[in-house]
Write a protein that binds this ligand. Structure first.
Ligand code: SF4
Ligand code: SF4
Length: 318
């Protein structure tokens, strides 16, 4: 796969990347060796771009995948820290966990609306300081919000935008309401015009659009300004198909096997608002004692009605 520069960062990545969240504790919770083998397979197939986060607790998989090899993928991580000290700890924890002197990419994780960014002023200052010291090469924001993506375009110190985009606008937000793919595409373009690197998340709407695999990737791939598409991966087969797509070798009739896919609620992201439980026609969603929702798979018909009403895209199919 031919690599492309992420904006003007001097960092070159493959047009598709592996989202490592899927194999970790909050989702499939694979054994360390199994998850590490999947990461290693991705790297061996030519993918050089990995996305993780402090929250995902997936650094051990990446460390184990790289142990004993000379592979040096571009690793993007992120933190929800709000203060200078907490961001410093997030950065140093990553350096220690992955034995890195220099981090390629570190982002503010899931920035929601401009006031949220302002409330993390100390954390942003810390990222800027680490970049000035050349311990982090590139910084920026990850977001589901079109208004935050627009704000990032106007943020001179930001090098990168990691934005949610898919062909059905699933999970795109604006302020307190739902956003559109058109508004996100416009914001992505604005970021690219200002020299920022852009990579995309949730091309399959958290798995809910996986039935139109090629159309989903084609849509995101066709948006000017996007340098790379990050895809949550759970198996070697996922990697092989994604690489075939990126290299133009995947047959146009390809249809992923949907039989084993299940609706799941991300236990980190769910805010317990109850909207999914209200809309579920099969009473398959229940509230746990900690206030967070979960799915009774015996009753779930994977109709997908619940995913679009979730304000934080905590409902995924995999
Ligand atoms: S709609 Fe989303 S945030 Fe609200 S309870 Fe359901 S999973 Fe949690
Ligand atoms: S996919 Fe359908 S049946 Fe399953 S939890 Fe969501 S709304 Fe309920």
């Amino acid at each position: 796969m031919e690599k492309v520069e992420l904006g003007k960062t001097g960092i070159f990545v493959t047009p598709v990347g592996m989202g490592v969240l899927t194999i970790g504790r909050t989702q499939l919770d694979l054994p360390l060796a199994t998850g590490a083998a999947i990461v290693r397979h991705a790297l061996k197939q030519g993918i050089n771009f990995l996305d993780t986060a402090e929250l995902y607790e997936t650094y051990p998989y990446i460390r184990a995948a790289l142990d004993g090899t000379d592979m040096k993928p571009v690793i993007a991580s992120k933190s929800q820290a709000k203060t200078y000290d907490k961001m410093k700890k997030s950065i140093e924890d990553m350096r220690l966990a992955l034995d890195l002197d220099v981090i390629d990419i570190f982002l503010m994780h899931e920035v929601r609306e401009a006031p949220d960014f302002e409330s993390r002023e100390g954390a942003w200052a810390c990222l800027n300081e680490y970049k000035a010291k050349k311990i982090i090469k590139a910084i920026g924001l990850s977001t589901h919000y079109t208004d935050v993506a627009e704000m990032n375009a106007a943020l001179p110190e930001s090098d990168l935008l990691f934005a949610l985009i898919n062909k059905e606008s699933l999970g795109i937000r604006t302020g307190k309401g739902f956003g559109t793919k058109e508004a996100m595409v416009a914001a992505i373009q604005r970021n690219a015009d200002r020299g920022k690197g852009v990579f995309a998340m949730k091309a399959f709407g958290g798995g809910n659009l996986i039935g139109s695999y090629l159309e989903c990737l084609d849509y995101v791939n066709g948006i000017p300004g996007i340098n790379s598409i990050m895809v949550g991966i759970s198996s070697n087969e996922d990697i092989d198909r994604l690489v075939e797509y990126a290299e133009g070798r995947l047959p146009r009739g390809y249809m992923p096997d949907l039989k084993e896919k299940k609706i799941r609620i991300d236990q980190w992201d769910c805010e317990g608002c109850g909207a999914c439980r209200e809309i579920c026609p099969n009473k398959a969603i229940f509230r746990q004692s900690n206030g967070i929702m979960n799915v009774n798979h015996a009753q779930c018909l994977t109709c997908g009605y619940c995913a679009p009403v979730c304000p934080v895209r905590a409902i995924i199919l995999y």
